[in-house]
Design a protein around this ligand. Structure first.
Ligand SMILES: *Cc1c(COP(=O)(O)O)cnc(C)c1O
Length: 401
């Protein structure tokens, strides 16, 4: 049997289990109105929470960045790829986080996935014995970063601070690192960051916070979970992504300057990769102006209004919508095939809402991952709510025959 044949068999296994995923081709810029494989759809699936991905000023800044710095960086940061655009962006981010992290220094990465790999493998080399304490629902990039580091990992149940404390108590490692998402990407709820920070203090641990879905969305200025909770701590290592609410691409880590410098020296996923296009960093300066300014605040208010409205309009009896007021509003359905059927039904209604299945979420919690954006208008939100209410009714009436 050739490798192709073996793989084909496995692919058929995915089909049989209802787990085969399909790529769809989008012809339009990221936004609520999408043309997908030739069809016009109203999309509730992107992480462009503030609607900045196609914002004219951000697009213009990207063009200006390319004119100023060219298309590509040409090398890794350590060789010759570290452009003035990267340095300016990092200085800006460092200043923004100084109120939350002493001697804050930020480092820009081409993706959040790479940032997490770099951060966790870097931290694991900071001491002779490092142990990670990882929240059960952490994002795959955090899990992969810890695995790649080869340091031991203790997993604590979702939100279970007492369990985590027990694990910290038993640890004999000389450096303990708590690792958590701030806003869980498939549930939309917040980690108990204050309690985690208190534990980090009590047990002399470091706290890594992945704020991929909080940055831009939470806090007066959109600086994310730290600003939202007014959390200041020298123990925090913060990761924010710039391809979601910020609408562009990449991510940043911000930590005490000594820690950041250590990552520059030792984190292989930072060192052995070509620096992202400086034009992206240049565009991000404009995006940050918008995120942290009045327009960003207005966009966060619009987003919050949409989320409230959606929750008011939904009356679901069989499916659940966990309480959260972030932009991620999952509708938990249960069975994989049902979630797929509902997602297909919504498509027939012109609505694009992805079904998320295991292993991305735990077994029997397949769901629709609804994400709302400030770029939606209020009619978009009511159209979605009507379709979901109707989908549930029709599906369960049909089931009861
Ligand atoms: C999206 C995401 C990442 C990865 O960021 P990218 O820039 O998309 O690579 C990391 N952590 C979480 C929680 C995410 O949702």
């Amino acid at each position: 049997m050739t490798l192709q044949d073996k793989v084909l068999e496995r692919l058929q296994g995915l089909d049989d289990a209802g787990l085969r995923r399909r790529l769809r081709v989008v012809d339009t810029p990221c936004g609520p109105q999408a043309r997908v494989d030739g069809r016009e759809l109203l999309a509730f699936c992107s992480n462009d929470y503030l609607g900045l991905a196609a914002h004219p000023q951000v697009v213009q800044a990207l063009q200006a960045g390319a004119a100023l710095y060219g298309a590509g960086s040409g090398a890794s940061h350590m060789i010759s790829g570290h452009s003035r655009a990267h340095a300016l962006l990092e200085a800006r981010l460092s200043a923004l986080y100084e109120p939350f992290i002493d001697q804050a220094r930020a480092l820009y990465f081409s993706t959040g996935y790479m940032a997490n790999l770099a951060l966790l493998t870097g931290l694991a080399q900071a001491d002779d014995t490092v142990e990670f304490f990882s929240e059960r629902l952490n994002h795959a990039s955090l899990i992969d970063g810890m695995r790649l580091s080869r340091a031991p990992v203790q997993v604590y149940p979702h939100g279970d601070v007492a369990h985590l404390e027990q694990l910290l108590k038993e640890s004999t490692a000389s450096t303990r690192v708590i690792v958590t998402d701030s806003v869980f990407s498939m549930d939309g709820n917040l980690a108990p960051l204050r309690e985690l920070d208190a534990l980090a203090q009590a047990y002399d641990a470091c706290l890594v916070i992945d704020d991929a879905h909080g940055f831009g969305v939470l806090g007066q200025q959109g600086l994310g979970a730290l600003e939202h909770l007014d959390l200041r701590s020298p123990r925090i290592v913060y990761m924010g992504t710039l391809g979601k609410a910020a609408g562009v691409s990449g991510a940043f880590v911000v930590a005490h300057a000594h820690i950041t410098e250590w990552l520059v020296q030792r984190a292989r996923p930072y060192i052995y990769t070509t620096a992202a296009s400086p034009a992206l960093a240049h565009a991000l300066m404009t995006s940050l102006d918008i995120v942290t300014g009045d327009e960003g605040r207005q966009r966060r208010e619009t987003l919050a209004t949409h989320v409230r409205r959606l929750r008011e309009l939904l009356y679901l009896k069989h499916w659940s919508t966990p309480p959260t007021d972030t932009a991620i509003q999952p509708v938990i359905i249960g069975a994989n095939t049902t979630a797929m059927q509902i997602s297909s039904f919504l498509l027939t209604q012109g609505l694009w809402v992805p079904a998320i299945r295991p292993p991305t979420v735990p077994p029997d919690t397949a769901r629709l991952r609804v994400t709302v954006s400030a770029a939606h208008d209020i009619d978009d939100v009511s159209r979605l709510a009507r379709a979901l209410n109707r989908a549930e009714r029709e599906f369960h009436d049909y089931e009861s025959y």
